[in-house]
Design a protein around this ligand. Sequence first.
Ligand SMILES: [Zn+2]
Length: 268
Amino acid sequence: MGQEKTEALVLRGVDFSESSRIVTFLTPERGRMACLAKGARRAKSGLGAVLDTFNRVELIYYWKDGRHVQTLAEASLLEAYSGIKRDFERTAYAAFPLELALRVAHENEPSQPLYDVMVRGLDGLRAWPGAARAHVCWHVLRLLSAAGFEPALTHCVVCGATVADEAGFVYEGGVTCGRERCDLRLPPETLALLRAFSAAEGACPEVACGAHALAAAFMVLRRYAARQLETDFRSLRVLDELFPEANAAPGVRDAGRPRAARDSDGSI
Ligand SMILES: [Zn+2]
């Protein structure tokens, strides 16, 4: 059993006993890593505050191969992201990329790109002047890309043709041209917005867009992530309870008729 040191982000914490918590971290070298934090629930220890969700911390822990929960020795705070936590809406929206990272990160697997994207996203949201939802769209796209789940936004996922501004979207992979069946139709402004987010690697672009396009982009991304990872995000259920509009996209039409019917009359 060796002692190791790393920087990490706190993804999740669960009470374990009367005094301990099991905390799941994202780390650059070990990927997703759960640690038993003894004494974290004791008010006097201060460890509980250091291990608050979203925090960027430095850890010293005891690593043992084959064990799913490692043992935490020490943790110190590097960044508490109070710029996110003091804003109710930002916190609720930021919980989605955090949960996404928890789902896509692998145990004991080097994850530097994913880690960098998570830190860049939280750093950016802390000082973001616009709507939290816009920043989270960008962050989620970057995370999907870092994890190998990037949606196609320029070429039809069925036939490979270049897709102009009239596009469909399938949750299996991304945009489709007008000839293919699809899960929904993407308004041109929404597609342009998704492309702008996708093209900006370093930071969320300050794009001017309508509220409808942003709502649609968020809806497309959350459904795409849920389908790709075959999961139901708890953070999104909470978001919908707090902000019901987070699950509405007035500008988007679901291509809701059966596929066979659409194929036969050709009017998708
Ligand atoms: Zn096509």
